[in-house]
Design a protein around this ligand. Structure first.
Ligand code: UFG
Length: 329
């Protein structure tokens, strides 16, 4: 079975992909500095606690493990933080990715799967958004993802045999339906997690950031996608590259959206808890609507999402919140 090096495999999305790869029998090595990830989240393979800034360790790990492909999840991901501290984002997301790509080139590893984001589109003109929309990010986080995508394209065009699949995630949510892993970030900013924590009483109230958007109920609309469907897309992308597929950039979303109010109503329904919700001003940098045109990934990869159901997504996230609490994770 192929050997896969997974950076950020102890984090939210990375750990779900490691679980899926492990179940399929892949030989996995997770490379993670555990700054936001957790040792308990790595259910398969070996974990090396190290930083991508440490090129010497990275080189040593590559030479010993000899991966057939790299999946790169390790990154800083909080949009408002990226506005306050852009240099941190350029260092972690761009410079560290360069380190990784340079070591891959040195040792001759050619296959790369990259965690990109719908944030590369900024405020798109077309909804649903096709991959052909221009890259026009409106925050440093999105800029770093777009920058790496450009580097990857240049590298493929250099003719050295390098190939990649860049997956542009929309709003990833939910948790492993078996309840073994899930989101465990110290200060969550994401809507579904904040709503669940408000239901649990960890926050006194949930704020709706903006009720005057040009959407049916005035709140922002997002394409929420279950983390295991995202994981499945990675598995298909991996098999595609290992079978000799060419470089690709693909949206990962369901192609439909829910408003902030709809999400809150569903969280109340799933938890059975009626928590306090208040209207607040818009959060800077939020586009009104982000919905994926997913026709390319469906056609090219025959990707068939299994969990396109907001209630199910929220149920798995709620189940995980309760387990995390119980087990003190
Ligand atoms: N929101 C609230 N209240 C909250 C939290 C969020 O009203 O307490 C709103 C936001 O303003 C936004 C929507 O809920 O309109 C979704 O917000 P999230 O923070 O959950 O997600 P984003 O759409 O802002 O961001 C996500 C990822 C980013 C990625 C982006 C690209 O977190 O990493 O999608 O689509 F860049």
């Amino acid at each position: 079975m192929a050997k896969i090096l997974v950076t950020g495999g102890a984090g939210y999305i990375g750990s779900h992909v490691v679980k899926l790869l492990g179940e399929k029998g892949y030989d996995i090595l997770t490379y993670d500095n555990l700054s936001t990830g957790h040792e308990w989240a790595v259910l398969y393979g070996k974990l090396i606690k190290a930083d991508l800034a440490d090129k010497e360790t990275l080189r040593k790990v590559f030479k010993e493990f000899k991966p057939d492909a790299v999946m790169h999840f390790a990154a800083s991901i909080v949009v408002p933080e990226s506005v306050r501290d852009p240099l941190k984002y350029y260092r972690n997301n761009v410079v560290n990715t360069l380190n990784l790509l340079e070591v891959m080139e040195e040792v001759g590893v050619k296959n790369f799967i990259f965690s990109s984001s719908a944030a590369v589109y900024g405020v798109p003109e077309k909804i649903p958004i096709p991959e052909t929309e221009p890259l026009n990010p409106i925050n440093p986080y999105g800029e770093t993802k777009a920058t790496v995508e450009r580097i990857l394209r240049n590298l493929t065009n250099s003719g050295n045999g390098f190939k990649y699949v860049s997956l542009r995630y929309f709003n990833v949510a939910g948790a492993d339906p078996e309840g073994k892993i899930g989101f465990a970030y110290p200060e969550p900013t994401h809507l579904i997690i904040r709503a669940l924590k408000t239901a649990k009483g960890e926050f006194e109230k949930l704020e709706i950031y903006g009720t005057d958007y040009p959407t049916p109920d005035g709140t922002c609309v997002r394409d929420y996608i279950h983390v295991m469907d995202i994981a499945e897309a990675h598995l298909i992308a991996l098999e595609y590259l290992l079978d000799g597929g060419e470089s690709e950039v693909l949206n990962c979303g369901y192609g439909r959206g829910f408003s902030v109010r709809e999400v809150i109503e569903t969280v109340k329904k799933v938890t059975g808890i009626n928590f306090k919700v208040v209207e607040a001003p818009r959060r800077p940098g939020d586009p009104a609507v982000l919905i994926a045109d997913n026709s390319k990934i469906k056609k090219k990869f025959s990707w068939k999402p299994k969990y396109d159901n907001l209630e199910f997504i929220i149920k798995t996230a709620w189940n995980w919140e309760c387990i995390k609490n119980r087990d003190n994770l």
